[in-house]
Design a protein around this ligand. Structure first.
Ligand code: 3PG
Length: 309
């Protein structure tokens, strides 16, 4: 029986990416089936019923979905953050879960930089704005995206500082011309623009709180291309109410988006739908990498990007 790779993307990849995925599947002897813009979990459950492999984006792969997929051996999140995969449920079933780190990072980094300029220029409406050159850019977490944002920030004349809880060697930052902050507090206190690149985990959820936000310099802008869950929304609203100079721009609409928009006007902006990785290039890079990882897993047992070891 031909093994089936299901590509289930509520937010579809570009055609170039799905054609590329299908070609890799075909060459590997797999069948490739697309489920795009699906409207319900039931549709996803029906589609995974005979899938041996699954490629998703931010689609939620819950225990319920896994239960509906008796043949499933591997799930690849075509992207970086895998908080949408129930890893415990995958592991319990012996399903390998992977991501494709780095493949869409440039797209997200470009969006983060453009968001800074958008806010510095009054959301592209008339009036005197600011330049980001010469301003202090803080990078919270120095992974694939954070490093590119740091590089682009420096190219634009920004002074860059970064903090990463897993990197304590200042040389890692210094080689990129970036200063290491010794604590999260130091980073926020010294950032005119703060670009968030932390994953959503039990430790980070709600961690960007009132105390950090209120400590930011006058006129500071928080830029979120990471996850909405890392923000303590009540703390954010309180800080923005007390500090009429603080700004927040995000690629992941907060639960309280309508309230924030009403209260803070142009100091707040949320994209209508997460678009950080929405470039043809990122779709191709992440989608094709996911397909290749699946073929390499079945043919050669390669589990290099497994996240549920
Ligand atoms: C990621 O974690 O890779 C990004 O958030 C992109 O998510 P998306 O595939 O839903 O656009």
């Amino acid at each position: 029986m031909v093994m089936k790779i299901l590509v289930a993307t509520e937010k579809p990849f570009s055609k170039q990416a799905t054609d590329g995925i299908a070609a890799i599947a075909r060459e590997g002897g797999f069948e490739c089936v697309l489920l795009e813009k699906y409207a319900s979990v039931d549709e996803l459950k029906a589609a995974v019923a005979d899938a041996d492999a699954l490629i998703v984006r931010s689609d939620k792969v819950t225990a319920e979905v896994i239960d509906a997929a008796p043949r499933l051996k591997i799930v690849v999140r075509a992207g970086a953050g895998y908080d949408n995969l129930d890893l415990t449920a995958c592991t319990a079933r012996g399903i390998v879960a992977m991501n494709t780190p780095g493949q869409n990072s440039n797209a997200v980094a470009e969006l983060a930089i453009s968001m800074m300029i958008f806010m510095a220029r009054n959301q592209f409406t008339p009036g005197t704005g600011h330049e980001i050159s010469g301003k202090r850019l803080g990078i919270h977490a120095y992974g694939n995206v954070g490093r590119i944002v740091a590089r682009y920030g420096r190219a634009l004349g920004m002074e860059v500082m970064a903090y990463d809880p897993f990197i304590s060697d200042a040389a890692v930052f210094a080689q990129d011309g970036v200063r290491m902050a010794s604590s999260v507090a130091e980073l926020y206190e010294n950032s005119d623009y703060l670009s968030l690149h932390i994953p959503a985990t039990a430790e980070t959820k709600g961690s960007i709180n009132y105390d950090l936000l209120i400590s930011m310099p006058k006129g500071a802008t928080l830029v979120n291309t990471a996850r909405k869950e890392v923000i303590d929304e009540a703390g954010l609203a309180k800080a923005m109410a007390e500090r009429t100079d603080l700004q927040y721009i995000t690629d992941i609409a907060p639960d309280t988006a309508a309230e924030l928009a009403e209260k803070f006007g142009k100091r707040f902006f949320a994209t209508p739908k997460k678009m950080g990785a929405e470039t043809a290039e990122a779709n191709v890079n992440a989608g094709l990498a996911a397909a290749r990882q699946i073929v390499a897993f079945f043919k050669e047992g390669i589990t290099r990007f497994q996240v549920n070891r």
